[in-house]
Design a protein around this ligand. Structure first.
Ligand code: MSP
Length: 481
C-alpha cells in the first residue's frame, strides 16, 4: 500500500480562526480524501502553534496560566476542523510533551551548527519574526502599518548556521527533487538563495518571553517559536521514534500560505539536513484571500469567520467556494455576493437541479427504479492531473463541466417525450444519467464529501426516492446602494 503524508501549517492561536485558515484546512482535506480514495495510507496532520510572549501576556490579563489560555484557543481550531468536515488524522500542539521533547532532541542534534551571538534589530511580536534593519527600512515604505508595530531588540541568543546547508537546499529546489509549487514561489525562493542566506536567531531570553520550550542546557533561553514550530511536522510522527517516521517521512505535500514559504523552503529544510533526514517531496504555497477586494484585517473590521458563512450557506458550499473560486496558485477574493451567486447558480441551478430532476423522472416514469446502471465513463485524466497539481479550481471546473453536459444531455434526449413512445430507450437514458451522476459524485467527494454522499446514497441501490433540493435557493433582499 502506498503512503501519503500531508501537513498544513500550524496556525497561531492568538487570532480567531478566519477564512484563510479555513481554506488551508480544506485544501489539505481535499488532497487527503483524494489519496485515501485511491487506497493510499494517509496521514494528514495539522495543529496549533502556541508559544510566544503574546499568549503569556494575554493569559496574565485573564488570570490564567499560559497553558490554560492556549487550551481554550487551540480548541477553536479543532472545532473549526470539525465544523468544516476536515478529516485530519493527527493534531499536534506545540505545548504537547511529545513536541517539547522532540524539539529538544532536535536542538541537541543540531548543536554543531549552533553558536551564541548578539542579535540587534527589530522584532514583530504578532508574526513572531526577527526583522533585520535592512528589511525594516524597506517595510517602512511598503507596509507602514506593520512597520509601526516592530520593536527594536538587542539580545544575546543562539544562532543557527543556515549557511551550512544553503547550497544543498538550493540545488534540491533547482533540480526539483524538493519541488516548490507554484513556479512563481519557486523562483522567489531561488532568488532568496542567490542573495545569500544569513544565519538566524533561534532562541529568545526566557525572562522576556515568560514561557516556551527550554533550550537544552541553558535555562535562561527558550527556543524561538518559529524554530520549534517547524519541527511539528516530525514531532507529530513521534520523532525521534523510528516507526512512523520511517513509514511516513518525507512528507509528500506540505501546504503553507505564501507569506511563510521561506520559513519552509530555507529554515525547515536546513533543520532536516542538520539532523540527517530527507527533504519533503513537495511544498505547495497557496495565495491569500481578500474580502471585498481588501486585505482581511482586524483594524479594517472585515475578518470573515467561517462559522458565519457555514450558518448561512452550509459546509459544502463554503468548501466549494474556497476551492473553486480562490485560484490555488494566486490570491482570490471572497464576498457575500459572490458566495451567494455561486450557491444559487452553480450549486443550486446546475448541480442541485440535476440531481433533483433525475430523481423526479425516475419516480415519475419508472416508479423509482433505475435498472442496470453502468458506471460513468468520462475520462478523469484532466481531473486527476488538476488535483495532483493542486489546481482544485480546475478539477471542479472539469467536474461542473460534466454537470452541465449531463443537464444538456437530458434536455436533448427529452425523457418526457420518449416516456410514452419508447420506454426501453427511456430506461437507457436514465440509467446513463444515473451512472454519470455517480461518477460526478465520486469526483466531488474530496471537495464536497457530504454532498457526494447524499448523491451516492440516494442512487446506488437501484431505487430512488425523490430527493429534497440539495441547495435550496437563498433569497436575500436587494439592498439599495
Ligand atoms: N504559526 C505560523 C505557522 C507555523 S507553521 C510551522 C503562522 N500562523 S498563522 O496563523 O499566521 O497562519 C496560518 C496559515 O494561514 C498560514 O499558512 C497563512 O499563510 C494562512 N493565512 C493567513 N491569512 C491568510 C489569508 N488571508 N488567506 C489565505 N491564507 C492565509 O503563520
Amino acid at each position: 500500500m502506498s503512503k501519503f503524508y500531508i501537513t498544513t501549517s500550524i496556525p497561531y492561536v492568538n487570532a480567531e480562526p478566519h477564512l484563510g485558515h479555513a481554506m488551508e484546512f480544506i485544501q489539505a482535506d481535499a488532497l487527503a480524501r483524494y489519496h485515501r480514495a485511491r487506497g493510499a495510507e494517509v496521514v494528514f496532520s495539522t495543529g496549533t502553534d502556541e508559544h510566544g510572549g503574546k499568549n503569556a501576556e494575554a493569559a496574565k490579563e485573564l488570570g490564567l496560566t499560559p497553558k490554560q489560555h492556549v487550551d481554550n484557543l487551540s480548541q477553536q481550531f479543532k472545532d473549526l476542523c470539525e465544523l468544516l468536515n476536515v478529516s485530519y488524522d493527527r493534531f499536534i500542539r506545540t505545548t504537547d510533551r511529545l513536541h517539547t521533547l522532540g524539539a529538544q532532541t532536535i536542538w541537541k542534534k543540531l548543536k554543531p551548527h549552533i553558536y551564541k551571538d548578539t542579535y540587534k534589530g527589530m522584532y514583530d511580536q504578532r508574526q513572531e519574526e526577527f526583522i533585520t534593519m535592512d528589511v525594516a527600512r524597506e517595510m517602512k515604505k511598503t507596509d507602514p502599518e506593520r512597520y509601526a508595530r516592530l520593536s527594536p531588540i538587542e539580545e544575546e541568543n543562539y544562532f543557527f548556521k543556515l549557511s551550512d546547508f544553503a547550497e544543498t537546499i538550493e540545488k534540491a529546489i533547482g533540480n526539483g527533487s524538493f519541488r516548490i509549487v507554484p513556479a512563481s514561489r519557486k523562483h522567489e525562493v531561488l532568488a532568496l538563495f542567490k542573495s545569500g542566506l544569513k544565519d538566524i536567531s533561534i532562541s529568545r531570553p526566557k525572562a522576556k518571553i515568560g514561557w516556551g520550550i527550554a533550550v537544552p542546557d541553558d535555562k535562561d533561553q527558550v527556543i524561538y517559536v518559529w524554530f520549534e514550530a517547524l519541527m511539528n511536522y516530525i514531532t507529530v510522527l513521534a520523532y525521534p521514534h523510528a516507526d512512523d517516521l520511517k513509514k511516513f517521512w518525507p512528507a509528500d505535500v506540505q501546504i503553507v500560505g505564501k507569506d511563510i514559504t521561506r520559513f519552509h523552503a530555507a529554515i525547515w529544510p536546513a533543520i532536516l539536513l542538520g539532523i540527517g533526514l530527507p527533504l519533503p517531496k513537495t511544498l505547495y504555497a497557496h495565495g491569500f484571500i481578500t474580502v471585498d477586494g481588501q486585505k482581511m484585517s482586524k483594524s479594517v473590521g472585515n475578518v470573515v469567520k467561517p462559522k458565519d458563512i457555514v450558518d448561512e450557506f452550509g459546509v459544502d458550499p463554503l468548501r466549494y467556494y474556497l476551492l473553486r473560486h480562490i485560484p490555488s496558485y494566486d490570491d482570490g477574493d471572497f464576498s457575500h455576493a459572490k458566495m451567494l451567486a455561486a450557491y444559487n447558480g452553480e450549486l443550486g441551478n446546475e448541480l442541485g437541479n440535476l440531481v433533483q430532476r433525475i430523481s423526479a423522472m425516475i419516480n415519475k416514469y419508472q416508479d423509482g427504479t433505475i435498472g442496470d446502471v453502468s458506471s460513468g465513463e468520462h475520462d478523469t485524466g484532466p481531473y486527476n492531473e488538476a488535483v495532483e497539481n493542486f489546481r482544485f479550481d480546475k478539477a471542479l471546473e472539469y467536474t461542473f463541466g460534466l454537470v452541465r453536459g449531463l443537464n444538456q444531455y437530458i434536455d436533448e434526449e427529452r425523457p418526457w417525450e420518449i416516456a410514452g413512445s419508447d420506454p426501453a430507450h427511456l430506461q437507457e437514458v436514465l440509467a446513463y444519467a444515473v451512472g454519470s451522476l455517480l461518477q460526478i459524485s465520486d469526483l466531488l467527494d474530496p471537495f464536497m464529501p457530504a454532498t457526494a454522499a447524499a448523491i451516492r446514497t440516494s442512487y446506488e441501490h437501484g431505487v430512488v426516492k425523490q430527493s429534497p433540493p440539495l441547495f435550496p435557493r437563498i433569497e436575500t433582499e436587494v439592498k439599495d446602494e
